[in-house]
Design a protein around this ligand. Sequence first.
Ligand SMILES: C[S@@+](CC[C@H](N)C(=O)[O-])C[C@H]1O[C@@H](n2cnc3c(N)ncnc32)[C@H](O)[C@@H]1O
Length: 418
Amino acid sequence: MTEPAETAETPAPTSCAAHVARARALARNGDTSAATEACIAALRSPDVPVPMGIKIEQLLRELGQDGIADQVRAGLLQVADKTLRDHGDNVEALREVAAICLELGLGARAVELGTAALARTPADPDALRFCYMATLRTDAYPPGGFDVEPVLAASSDPVVFLGGIIKMLATFGRHEDALRLVDRARAAVRDDRDRRVLRRIDDALHGRTDPDSQRADAVMLFDGFAETYDQNLAAIQNNGPAMIDRILKEIALPADVRLDVLDAGCGTGLCAPFLRPYAKLLHGNDLSIGMLEKCRAKNSYDLLTRTDLAAAETYPQGTFDLVVCADVLVYIPDLTRTFTNIFDVLNPGGRFVFTVEEKQQGDGYAVTPSGRISHSEPYLREVLQKTGFASVEALLRDALRTEFFKPVAGLAMAARKA
Ligand SMILES: C[S@@+](CC[C@H](N)C(=O)[O-])C[C@H]1O[C@@H](n2cnc3c(N)ncnc32)[C@H](O)[C@@H]1O
């Protein structure tokens, strides 16, 4: 998932997935012809799973290789036709073909097959989620949405399930329906965790944040995510660590193993592989024990500690030459205390490198429908200056990840302490 700086000279991978990862990294670095070759190598793999074929088709189009992409698309549609011919009475097959159609832009067919699958298995959460997603993405969303009751009746975690649908509706601008499902979720609340999940969703829909709950919300969220975090982040094309990698190269920090580095909000440790070349000492900290445990199992940090970035007294002892924050500040509304704390643990001349979701209009910060925070460039510059940082050395913009298949605007910055 972390995408190191790929070059055409990097040893060629062997599996289809590895070829695709390499192709994506090459494309990101602007090496279109090597990226195309990597796509072709992926297609020649002995086993090309359908979802991987779809990714290759999309990447080839991004690379401007419509001719090859058309051939891949034709092959995928043949697979879809054959699956329907051979297993058309099987719900799994219907859903699989529906997903292929959706990704290949055959929206109406995707909706038709998805709703046929849901009609046969109305209590299947994946079938219901697919129908919401397919209709929202193709402007075929039916007034009032779908019947959620069969899924809720069979669900072991109804509030979290509804939460996912509510965020999807809000992301696609279906505010009224999202609020209606919040009311439905209220009736399904069973315990404090459900109450907290729902409060966060409701706050996001109303554009509110509750700074006092930040710590408890992050712990709840990430202790729950830790087990599946790495796989999920790969699926949504998480680009935060790669953006940090790129900006570190842009400021030309020498990768000579001499710096004391803090990966602040290290999570499961996705940044470690490209921070290591800079680090004499690599320290990771995070608020979530679940994430820290996943990270510890990879054995890639010299030290790991539990820290709330907004609480100075929980920081590890010592000072650092580089502090990195990848995809962490999206959980913290007002950044003043966090930036002050980071400034205080930096050595003179030290660097602070971070990503945020960018609030592209206006200044300040805002809550997004997903409950995260987006920060504007003017706000970040203001807080950096107010907390003592001398200069912004570099800035880059790119998609941070996809959310319900839409790219999320990201901003990476490198600031320096005088
Ligand atoms: C989306 S993950 C990113 C993890 C890692 N940096 C990466 O790029 O994969 C956000 C991380 O921030 C942590 N976090 C959220 N609020 C925090 C806080 N106030 N102090 C420390 N860590 C926090 C979460 O526990 C979670 O591990």
